[in-house]
Every structure is written in C-alpha cells, then in structure tokens.
Design a protein around this ligand. Structure first.
Ligand SMILES: Nc1nc2c(c(=O)[nH]1)N[C@H]1C(S)=C(S)[C@@H](COP(=O)(O)O)O[C@H]1N2
Ligand SMILES: [Mo]
Length: 318
C-alpha cells in the first residue's frame, strides 16, 4: 500500500527537488556573476579549521586518485542528507549541528557466522585506517574529489564471515526522529536503506568511511560511519549506518522504492544511460556549477570494476 502511495507521489517530489536544486544553482551563478567572481559554489569563509577529532595511524593507499581533492568547505558544505533537509546544498550542514554520533553501535545480522552488535570503536579497532582519495559522482550531476578515511568493507566481511546463503548485504541508517528532524515527515520512507551484491561489497575499492581530511566525519557527511562506493552514484553511499544485514535477495533501496524508473539497484555511473529527467553524460565538478566535465563509465573506475558486470545488460540493470 505504501508503495502505491510512493510511486504516485514521488516523481513529482523528485521533480520539485530538482527544481529547487536548479534554482539554487542558478542563484549561485547569478550571485557570483553579479560580484564579478567566478561561476562557483560559494565558499564559507567563516570555517575556522575543522575542529573535529583527529584520526591517528592513517595509512596512504595506492587506490587513491591523483586528482586534487576539493576543499574541506566544499566537501562538508554541499551535501545530500534527507534526514536533515531535502535536496542538495548547505541545508545538512546548517541542520546537523546537534546530531550526536556517540555513543554508536552497529548490528551485524542475517546469514553471517558471527552476528553481533558492536560498539563502533570495537567494530573499527581490528582494522587499519586508510586514506582513500576518491572521485564522487552524484546522480544530480555534480562531482567532487574527497580524501576519505576508512576501512575496506572486505576486511569487515572477512571478520564477520557471511555464510554461503548470503548474496547481498543491506545497510540501514539510524531511525531516530529526535535526531533527524525530517524523519517526522514522509519525504522518504525511513530508515534509509541501501544494498550491495556481495562481490561489490568485497571489492577493494568499497570502504566504510569514518573520516575525511584527517578527522572524524562531520555529521552532515554521515557521521560516524558511512559507505563509500566510488564507481556508483552518490545515493548508494548510505550515511550514519547502524545495521548491516546479510540476505539472499537484492534489497529494495530507498531511492529505488521512491522512483524506480530513475534509481535502480546497481546505480553504476553510466554516461550512456540518461536519468528520466536529465542527461548523465556530463558533470559539474564542484565548486564550478557548469557541467563541463565529461562523465566516465563507472566514474573512471571501469578498469577495476567492470568485470563485476560481465554479461549484464547495464541499460536494464541501472
Ligand atoms: N542516510 C542517508 N544517506 C545518504 C543520503 C541520504 O539522504 N540519507 N543521500 C545520498 C545521496 S543522494 C548522496 S549524493 C550522498 C551525498 O554524500 P555527501 O553529502 O557526503 O557528498 O549521500 C547519500 N547517502
Ligand atoms: Mo545524490
């Protein structure tokens, strides 16, 4: 029943969000042009350092891109996080200040040899933290380069040991209306859910991020722990995770449930497949607002990941 309601409401809802985003972008362009500066998303000059807890013992990774990361302001001032605000921009940064990412625990459930609930520190401690500088591409056509800090999801899976029945892993965001104001509304169905096929979850590029720019994650970027899958659109990278569940069948992820014509299970970055409402062929690399950068298949990670999809029709499996 809720599904019927969603599919009726959602295309309009998404369309309106897109209009909000376009209007915001246009306002940014006009505003910037008016003061004669470049066509850029404005930088918040009030940000004094970062001030969050530093992460120690972080190892560099050969899997990082050599591209220059975006500024801290852009990574943390232009976000999508519907639990705080609809649509992309500085809403999450403005509204996430009172969120408390500690104490935190993560439940591991389903077809797994070692189901358990872990305090976050115990969950992270057995693993070496790595810096992974990745390209990040949102379905809404902006992109950036982020110096994440995290642990390979494969290392976690090896520790908790999914059984032979596990084919997919589901992730759940915290559901707490006291902490997430928009969970009192029905802009999305809560909690936010995402999923990966087990071989995608085991891929060395897939990480659980706990920090960026040398410090723990700011709330608006998904504190205290979020998924990062660099060859997929941003919506796969679920934030503020409280549960991982190993299952036999592909989960219906939140955006697929909202608007299945636009958002599938795989969500691989694919410049050849248009979103129903816009082309995916180009992207705007923040802070620039024009879509002048050509989008690459699998977000530029094709050499590393395309074998996962051999024989699959990626126009149908979007
Ligand atoms: N729980 C939750 N996770 C989420 C979202 C969300 O609304 N809620 N938005 C997704 C989308 S659409 C994008 S583009 C990325 C944005 O990540 P960033 O804000 O760190 O750039 O988060 C993803 N993860
Ligand atoms: Mo997104």
């Amino acid at each position: 029943m809720s599904r019927i309601r969603s599919s009726e409401i959602t295309p309009k809802h998404v369309y309106l969000n897109r209009r909000t985003f376009m209007r915001t972008s246009a306002a940014g362009i006009v505003g910037a042009a008016a003061v004669g500066s470049a066509l850029r998303w404005p930088t918040d000059m009030s940000a004094q350092g970062h001030g969050l807890r530093k992460l120690e013992g972080v190892r560099k990774s050969s899997l990082s891109t050599t591209e220059t990361p975006n500024s801290y302001d852009h990574v943390t001032g232009f976000n999508n996080f519907y639990e705080f605000a609809s649509g992309a921009g500085d809403g999450p940064k403005k509204l996430a200040g009172r969120f408390r990412p500690t104490p935190w625990s993560i439940a591991v459930e389903g077809h797994v040899a070692r189901p358990a609930s872990y305090a976050l520190d115990d969950f992270i401690k057995p693993h070496v933290l790595e810096e992974r500088i990745y390209r990040f591409r949102c379905v809404e056509a902006w992109s950036l380069v982020v110096p994440w800090i995290g642990i390979p999801l494969a290392d976690v899976l090896k520790r908790v040991e999914p059984t032979s029945k596990a084919r997919f892993v589901e992730f759940y965001t915290l559901h707490d209306v006291g902490q997430f104001p928009q969970q009192r509304t029905d802009v999305l169905e809560w909690p936010y859910i995402e999923g990966l096929r087990l071989d995608e979850a085991m891929h060395p590029l897939t990480i659980l991020a706990v920090g960026l720019y040398g410090e723990v994650l700011p709330n608006q970027n998904g504190a205290p722990i979020r998924l990062v899958v660099p060859w997929k659109y941003g919506f796969k990278s679920i934030k503020s995770i409280v549960k991982m569940r190993f299952v036999e069948r592909p989960p219906i992820n939140t955006w697929q449930q909202q608007y299945p014509q636009a958002y599938g299970f795989y969500a691989n970055v694919n410049p050849a497949v248009d979103h129903p409402n816009w082309s995916q062929a180009r992207e705007a690399r923040l802070p620039w607002l024009f879509r002048t950068t050509r989008t690459l298949p699998f977000n530029g990670y094709a050499d590393q990941v395309q074998h996962l999809y051999a024989g699959m029709d990626l126009r149908r499996n979007y």
